[in-house]
Design a protein. Structure first.
Length: 152
């Protein structure tokens, strides 16, 4: 009988601990970059490890699309992939790369994350050329819904 009470108490404590953790805020993490990210900059991004497919996960390149510059807040990015995206009509093959490998901007997976998830590549922050960025933005805008006409 003593063993059953002990097991029951352990299970109760574990359940209470899990329930209390559900409402705890995530930690604030200091940024790894030195300056606020600028639009068109490319960084490595540490996406959450607890992602659920088809969400992006692991460290991967991203392109900053946020206009607002802040070092201690959120940043909106377009993730990139080195997996060929030839069948994805929302992906743009890039000429510019963060690490020399062929990559695609995956425009239907726009993400807003903490700036602290960004990591510079070898201390250098590549910038996507204006014309290439234009192609990425055009594809993003094509993917987003259009505004309805006012009298619709």
């Amino acid at each position: 009988m003593y063993k059953n009470k002990t097991k029951s108490k352990i299970a109760e404590n574990l359940l209470q601990g899990m329930m209390s953790n559900e409402h705890q805020s995530p930690p604030k993490v200091a940024p790894k970059i030195k300056a606020a990210p600028k639009i068109r900059n490319m960084y490595w991004c540490d996406f959450p490890r607890d992602a659920q497919l088809p969400e992006f996960w692991k460290r991967r390149p991203v392109i900053v699309v946020s206009r607002i510059r802040t070092l201690h807040g959120a940043v909106t990015v377009i993730p990139c992939s080195t997996t060929p995206q030839n069948e994805n009509k929302w992906a743009v093959k890039l000429k510019t790369s963060i690490d020399g490998r062929e990559s695609w901007a995956v425009c239907d997976k726009i993400s807003t994350l903490a700036v602290s998830r960004l990591v510079p590549h070898s201390g250098v922050v590549p910038k996507l050329p204006q014309e290439e960025f234009r192609l990425v933005l055009e594809k993003l805008l094509e993917w987003l819904p259009s505004l309805p006409k006012e009298n619709s």
